[in-house]
Design a protein around this ligand. Structure first.
Ligand SMILES: Cc1cc2nc3c(=O)[nH]c(=O)nc-3n(C[C@H](O)[C@H](O)[C@H](O)COP(=O)(O)OP(=O)(O)OC[C@H]3O[C@@H](n4cnc5c(N)ncnc54)[C@H](O)[C@@H]3O)c2cc1C
Length: 439
């Protein structure tokens, strides 16, 4: 007689969902992981794909490959579009089917966040954000394409706009991206062009806040800013972006002409709150209880970026550590319930600290009372990021690539992989002057 095992449906194979699935590997449950993409993505290194250091395959791992040996776990490639709390099923669509009901006994929603343009959806067309591997590759194409266009452009007055890169948002992603771009033009690209000087590229980092890395201590923000400026990045703080169009941006009342604007500012949660009809915070994240369940629904957990929980009187930040710890906690609670044991103590977040890298061999690190910046912090950053990659093969491959890039300045993946004119919001093709023989 087959024994009915409770079915745990986990929506999202990111940091939170994957941590939950892994922690349930020996539990007497059937686990179904649903994700709209077939891979787990290590988002903290997306900027290294966008700046050609790493290739997409070095920061993304097929979910099937990660949990494939977990006999109680099935991976389903589908996009969830809703939840029926009464009938206890999620509604999903896949490549060839709509409105498929997938029943659950226990549901873990771990659907993360997406970009937020703070009510300016029209910015997206000209200033792509970076959340997925596709986004990072599109941005990489666009950056490399700008240098190619400038090299092919015979009118030197147009080089300036083509070689101006604007990053909107001076949080960790904007800072890391600006630093990496600055290093790229000064090392890898430096001697490879004939008509343009890549080191003349203008890299502008804009934010309406008064300091970069606003979640770090002030002295670390100041150290990161100094480092960026030493790398040649123009840091413009206290300037709101009023407009973004095909010609660039208007910030603090001044137009900055640019063909490449990248959005590294806000994020908004997934629509999980709408699916559940549950109470949300101002940002739209589902308000959860200290055991990570939705009020009145002990069978529904929400974890990670799409959940809102206060900790020591402050909302938990949208970082990978929170998502992973919450995913593991939800799995533990599920196991204990099935064993008839008492519930564990309410979720407690163990904050291991924050880090951000600024160019080559320099990072800022803040962990409890420890604050440091420089090379040692960068080594710590590298070790932690290697440790949290999803598979050992990736750890080896990324480590080798980093050492190679550090020593030689060469990058792992500098291919423009879509037809040049098809890259997102590129200038029209007739704006490109045909190239003549190099002088
Ligand atoms: C560029 C960038 C850099 C970052 N750097 C850092 C850093 O240095 N340190 C740090 O701690 N954090 C960093 N973060 C934040 C960190 O990545 C997130 O906090 C973390 O990924 C949240 O985990 P999660 O499980 O909630 O969501 P995610 O990891 O985003 O996973 C969500 C998953 O759900 C899937 N999904 C979404 N909607 C659906 C749907 N409708 N149907 C099916 N599947 C769906 C997605 O495909 C995805 O796989 C960074 C984020 C970004 C974007």
């Amino acid at each position: 007689m087959p024994v009915h095992r409770p079915r745990v449906v986990i929506v999202g194979g990111g940091f939170g969902g994957l941590a939950a699935a892994r922690a349930l590997r020996r539990a007497p449950v059937e686990v179904i992981v649903i994700d709209r993409v077939n891979h787990h993505l290590f988002q903290p290194l997306l900027y290294q794909v966008a700046t050609s250091v790493l290739s997409p395959g070095q920061i993304g791992s097929p979910l099937r490959g990660i949990v494939g040996s977990q006999r109680n776990t099935t991976v389903v490639l589908a996009e969830v579009t809703g939840v029926d709390r009464e009938k206890r099923h999620v509604v999903a669509r896949s490549a060839d089917r709509e409105n498929v009901a997938i029943p659950y006994d226990i549901l873990v929603l771990a659907t993360g966040a997406r970009h937020s343009y703070f009510g300016h959806g029209e910015f997206e067309r000209y200033a792509p954000g970076m959340k997925t591997l596709g986004d990072a590759v599109a941005i990489r194409n666009r950056i490399l394409q700008a240098f190619e266009q400038a090299e092919a452009e015979e009118d030197p007055t147009r080089h300036r706009d083509l070689l101006t890169f604007v990053l909107v948002g001076a949080g960790p992603t904007g800072v890391e991206m600006a630093g990496a771009l600055a290093v790229m033009v000064r090392t890898t690209l430096r001697s490879e062009f004939r008509r343009i000087d890549p080191t003349s590229a203008r890299i502008v980092l804009v934010d309406m806040a008064n300091r970069v890395l606003g979640t770090f201590a002030e002295d670390l923000s100041a150290a990161a800013k100094r480092r960026l400026e030493r790398l040649g990045v123009e840091v413009r703080l206290g300037q709101a972006v009023d407009r973004i169009d095909e010609g660039g941006i208007v910030a603090g009342g001044e137009r900055i002409a640019s063909h490449t604007v990248i959005w590294t500012a806000g994020v908004a949660p997934s629509p999980a709150g709408q699916w559940l009809g549950a109470a949300t915070d101002r940002a739209g994240r589902v308000k959860i209880q200290p055991d990570l369940t939705v009020p009145d629904h002990p069978e529904i957990f929400v974890v990670g970026d799409t959940a809102s929980l206060e900790h020591d009187g402050r909302p938990l930040p949208g970082v990978a550590q929170v998502a992973m710890q919450q995913g593991r906690y939800a799995a533990r609670l599920i196991r204990r319930r099935l064993q008839g044991k008492t519930a564990p103590r309410p979720f407690h977040y163990f904050d291991k600290g924050n880090m951000a890298v600024v160019g080559k061999g320099f990072a800022v690190l803040q962990s409890g009372p420890i604050r440091m910046s420089g090379f040692i912090a960068w080594l710590g950053w590298a070790a932690v990021h290697l440790e949290f990659l999803a598979q050992s093969s990736l750890r080896v491959s990324v480590f080798v690539q980093w050492v190679w890039t550090y020593l030689t300045g060469q990058r792992g993946s500098r291919l423009i992989v879509t037809p040049p004119v098809a890259s997102i919001a590129s200038p029209p093709v007739d704006a490109v002057t045909p190239a003549r023989e190099p002088r």
